[in-house]
Design a protein around this ligand. Structure first.
Ligand code: GTP
Ligand code: MG
Length: 584
């Protein structure tokens, strides 16, 4: 792959500005070990984005990452701080409760610190010296959580010594900044890697997501001892863009699945429980109670909505301090397995995430996806389409799910509600692909492939990695990889699908117009990916086409044919600059 991000930074004046894009800050104060190793791994993986080289270091299993992050989060506290706090004094004060392994500050309608102790006991020690605030006009619910407020006893003598606090930034670049970064890239491959680097979740953002789940778990544990709240979806599957929602799964573990092997003797003990008519009703009741609990006692939890009649009942709320929009579900174990599967696909080849991020950003830029539920394509469906496309390459870049199942060991066996969700969890045992196509070529081919896909008769199926006849009449059929009788894109209507197809064709055409030369270093004209992310360009291409009154599909097909058959020297090119013609 031709990715030259490092070169770009060294060569261009913009790199100085780029350095100013607030990058996350890591502070390793003491207690080296897991955290430091973790950060080193993150740095290594971010280097891979730049070089495009495959990481040969062993990759962790999804379950290992989850376990480690969860354990980290349990030793961590969230503290709302006054703006003029002295970082040094603040850390010294907290260190009375035990050594701190990591901390960072961020802003979200106020200044917050995330402080990770080396030991869990330090959190208890801090809680023991913390008081419930007394209010003048209102009454406080005395819930003792790991979310604190720190006040300065003598603000005046602290401000003089205050250090300059560096904030970790969790926001993606503005469209202007992104456009600049993309314009100064050296190649389309470089553009895709830049996009990935700018939009992927930062180390701090990931920590904050696990911490938020851990804080919610503390609340839920008041009712369901030993429950866990785990993040799933794009927060953990490696395809999350900065600002994506936080999907949480309330795992009630062994409830109802008592293991008789654990007991000895002649008797079997059971809890006295209340019964309800169905599992769905049990789920609704549990979520209803947790929703109430979040609403009344959850520090920083606002706008709690109980959406209990949905196919998958959930509680939606905003966690104000982290800024995350949260969706809490339970009895949704298959979604956790989907997250693991996507994590494996994302880790197998560095081109996968770059391409998925690009398609997600492209779809968002053209309003193909939306944060409001409706007949739009979802990011989850788009990811499945990219995976499917990469399975169809020759040689394939990604293996099929059926192949991953054949590699599974006994420990990987997993049946959920009668659905076989077995696949290999150790991704180091999956052979890397021999395919060497560039991201530029893959992006073009993706648009061509889906611009001409027989959606009317074929279904997308990552289990087998080949098209199948559609079993039902929905415009877009993407088979749910585990509940194989379900279509994950059943919500998509014909007009949304047509919009996707039209945009894919137009994007394929725009990319075909790109000359193969490097853009001028001083150029600020959008080119390559920057053009694709401009809604106005695609609209003007559409307008130009409408004027010709010829069926778009036919004209684009002809165009693509003629471009393919013509030599590169014949391509229209003015002043050696990349131009985007809006005339078909
Ligand atoms: P963004 O939140 O848009 O960044 O992506 P996401 O992958 O997190 O999607 P979303 O929040 O909509 O859903 C969270 C997870 O639920 C997904 O990653 C899937 O694992 C699962 N999921 C979402 N939609 C479907 C669906 O239609 N069918 C099934 N079986 N699972 C789904
Ligand atoms: Mg999500």
């Amino acid at each position: 792959m031709a990715a030259r991000g490092v070169g770009m930074l060294a060569r261009l004046p913009l790199c100085a500005q780029r350095g100013q894009v607030l990058r996350p800050t890591h502070r390793l104060l003491s207690c080296p070990g897991t955290v430091a190793a973790d950060v080193k791994r993150e740095e290594q993986s971010s280097r891979n984005v730049e070089t495009g080289s495959e990481d040969r270091t062993p990759k962790k299993k999804f379950s290992e990452v989850q376990k480690e992050r969860r354990e980290q989060a349990q030793r961590t506290v969230l503290i709302h701080c006054p703006n003029k706090i002295s970082e040094k004094k603040f850390l010294k004060y907290l260190s009375q409760h035990g050594p701190i392994s990591n901390h960072f500050f961020y802003e979200s309608f106020g200044l917050y610190a995330v402080v990770e102790f080396c030991q869990k006991e330090s959190v208890t020690s801090l809680q023991n010296v913390t008081r419930t605030p007394s209010m003048d006009t209102e009454a406080a619910v005395p819930f003792k959580s790991r979310f604190f407020n720190v006040k300065m006893k003598n603000p005046s003598n602290q401000t003089s010594e205050q250090s300059c606090i560096q904030y970790s930034n969790h926001t993606p670049p503005s469209s202007k900044k992104l456009s600049e970064l993309l314009c100064y890239a050296e190649s389309i491959d470089d553009q895709l890697n830049t996009l990935l680097k700018e939009f992927q979740l930062t180390e701090e953002d990931i920590k904050l997501r696990y911490l938020t789940c851990s804080l919610i778990e503390d609340l839920a544990a008041a009712y369901f001892q030993d429950c866990t709240v785990r993040p799933f979806g794009s927060s953990v599957n490696s395809f999350g863009k900065l600002g994506c929602d936080l999907d949480m799964f309330l795992d009630l573990g062994e409830i109802g699945k008592f293991n008789t092997n654990k007991t000895s003797g002649n008797f079997l003990m059971e809890f006295q429980v209340k019964n309800v008519p169905s599992e769905r009703i049990a789920t609704q009741k549990i979520l209803s109670v947790i929703g109430e609990c979040l609403d009344h006692f959850g520090p920083g939890c606002v706008g709690v909505q109980k959406i209990l009649n949905a196919r998958c009942p959930l509680v939606r709320f905003s966690h104000q301090a982290s800024g995350f929009q949260c969706d809490l579900t339970t009895n949704n174990r298959i979604a956790l397995k989907s997250s693991e599967l996507l994590y494996i696909y994302g880790a197998l080849d560095s081109r996968v995430r770059a391409l998925v991020f690009c398609i997600r950003c492209w779809a968002r830029a053209h309003s193909l996806t939306s944060s409001i539920p409706g007949s739009w394509i979802t990011n989850f469906s788009l990811t499945m389409m990219v995976i499917f496309f990469l399975q169809r390459r020759s040689p394939p870049i990604l293996p099929t799910l059926d192949y991953l199942k054949t590699l599974a060991g006994a420990e990987d066996k997993c049946i959920i509600e009668g659905h076989n969700c077995t696949f290999i969890s150790d991704l180091n045992r999956i052979k890397p692909s021999g395919n060497t196509e560039t991201l530029e070529s893959l992006l073009k081919e993706f648009f061509e492939y889906f611009g001409n896909f027989a959606f009317n008769k074929n279904s997308i199926n990552i289990r087998q990695g080949r098209e199948q006849n559609k079993p039902e009449s929905s415009p877009l059929h993407i088979q749910n990889p585990f509940e194989t009788s379900l279509n994950i894109s059943k919500n998509v209507n014909q007009s949304q699908l047509q919009k996707f197809v039209d945009l894919a064709r137009e994007s394929a055409w725009i990319l075909s117009q790109e000359d193969k030369d490097r853009p001028s270093p001083s150029g600020n004209r959008p080119w390559g990916l920057a053009t694709l992310l401009l809604p106005s360009v695609v609209k003007s291409v559409s307008l130009a086409k409408k004027k010709r009154k010829k069926p778009a599909s036919e004209r684009i097909k002809n165009l693509l044919e003629s471009i393919k058959s013509s030599s590169p020297e014949n391509d229209t090119n003015t002043n050696g600059k990349r131009t985007v013609s809006t005339q078909a």
